[in-house]
Design a protein around this ligand. Structure first.
Ligand code: C2E
Ligand code: CA
Ligand code: CA
Ligand code: CA
Length: 277
C-alpha cells in the first residue's frame, strides 16, 4: 500500500509538472494569437419567447489553436486575464462581432461579454465609442454583458461606467444572474436593462421544483424592477415548455434546444434560409 501511495505521489507530481508546462505553452501561444486575431466570435442565436422569432445573437469567443484544435473560453479567458491580455482580446472580439453583425438585419441585436478586468479598463468608454464609430455599428443594437464580479470590485466605478455606456446608447445585461452574492442590492442601484438567468437554474427546470421556485422568484422580481429577462441553457423541449407556462415569462431564451453557437458565415447562411422572416 505504501508503495502504491508513493507511486501515486510521483505520478501526481508529473501531472502537475505537465499541466504547468501546458499552461505556459498556452500563455505563450495566446500572446501571439491575440495579435493574429485567431480568436474569433461564434454567435449563439437568441429567441423571443412570445413569438418564437430570432431576436439577436450572443458573441462567444473561440480559439482555433493550430495544434490543439478548438480551445474553450472557459480556459483561455482566465489565462488572458492573468497575463494582462484580456482587454486587447475583448476589444478585438467587440470589433469582429460588430463587423459581422453589421451585415445582418438591423432588427437583430448583438450581445458581447466583457470580463470584469476589461470592464475596469480606464479606456472602456473611449474604446467602445471608437469601435462603434469605426465599424458603423448602431449602439442601440449592442448589449454588453457583465457579471457581478465586475461590480463587486469597485461599485462606484462600475456605476459610472454603466451610466456612460448607456449615454452612448448601449444597453447592459447582468450575466449569470443568481450565482453571485449581492445581486439584489446591485440590481436596485445600477441601471441594467436585462438579467440573464444562469443556466444552472434553467437546464432541467421542468423536473426540478427548487429551480422552478428560484426562477419564478427572479421573474417576479424582474417584473417589479422592469427588467427584461433571458433564460440561458434551454436544452430541451420540456424546459422550453415549462418556461412558456410560467406566470411571468422570460422575454428571451437561448440554448442548445434552439441553436448552438455558430461561426459568422454559418449565421449568414441560416439567415437566408431557416431564420428568414
Ligand atoms: P456565458 O456568458 O454564460 O455564455 C454562455 C455559455 O453557455 C457559452 O459557453 C455557451 O456556448 C453555453 N451554452 C449555450 N447554450 C447552452 C446550453 O443549452 N447548454 C449548455 N450546457 N451550455 C450552453 P462558452 O461559449 O463555452 O463560453 C463560456 C464562458 O466564457 C461564457 O459564459 C463567458 O463567461 C465566457 N466568454 C465567452 N466569450 C467571451 C468573451 O468574448 N469575453 C469574455 N470576457 N468572456 C467570454
Ligand atoms: Ca454571457
Ligand atoms: Ca451567462
Ligand atoms: Ca457562465
Amino acid at each position: 500500500a505504501k508503495k502504491a501511495g508513493r507511486g501515486q505521489f510521483a505520478w501526481y507530481n508529473v501531472e502537475m509538472d505537465e499541466s504547468a508546462k501546458e499552461r505556459q505553452q498556452l500563455e505563450q501561444d495566446l500572446r501571439l494569437t491575440v495579435r493574429n486575431e485567431a480568436i474569433i466570435p461564434y454567435f449563439q442565436p437568441v429567441f423571443c419567447m412570445a413569438t418564437g422569432k430570432l431576436c439577436g445573437f450572443e458573441a462567444l469567443a473561440r480559439w482555433r489553436h493550430p495544434d490543439k484544435g478548438m480551445i474553450s473560453p472557459e480556459i483561455f479567458i482566465e489565462i488572458a486575464e492573468d497575463i494582462g491580455l484580456i482587454s486587447q482580446l475583448g476589444w478585438s472580439m467587440l470589433e469582429q462581432a460588430c463587423k459581422s453583425a453589421g451585415e445582418w438585419d438591423p432588427s437583430l441585436k448583438l450581445a458581447v461579454n466583457f470580463s470584469p478586468v476589461q470592464f475596469r479598463d480606464p479606456n472602456l468608454v473611449v474604446m467602445v465609442r471608437k469601435i462603434l464609430r469605426e465599424t458603423g455599428f448602431d449602439p442601440q443594437r449592442l448589449e454588453i454583458e457583465i457579471t457581478e464580479t465586475a461590480i463587486v470590485l469597485d461599485f462606484d466605478l462600475a456605476k459610472r461606467s454603466i451610466e456612460q455606456l448607456r449615454e452612448l446608447g448601449v444597453s447592459l445585461a447582468l450575466d449569470d444572474f443568481g450565482t453571485g452574492f449581492s445581486s439584489l442590492s446591485n440590481l436596485r442601484l445600477l441601471p441594467f436593462d436585462r438579467l440573464k438567468i444562469d443556466r444552472s437554474f434553467v437546464t432541467g427546470i421542468y423536473s426540478c421544483p427548487e429551480n422552478q421556485k428560484i426562477v419564478a422568484g427572479i421573474l417576479a422580481l424582474a417584473n417589479e424592477l422592469e427588467l427584461t429577462v433571458t433564460a440561458e441553457g434551454v436544452e430541451n423541449l420540456q424546459d422550453h415548455q415549462f418556461l412558456m407556462s410560467m406566470e411571468y415569462q422570460c422575454q428571451q431564451a437561448q440554448g442548445y434546444h434552439y441553436a448552438k453557437p455558430l461561426p459568422g458565415d454559418e449565421i449568414d447562411r441560416q439567415l437566408e434560409t431557416k431564420w428568414s422572416n
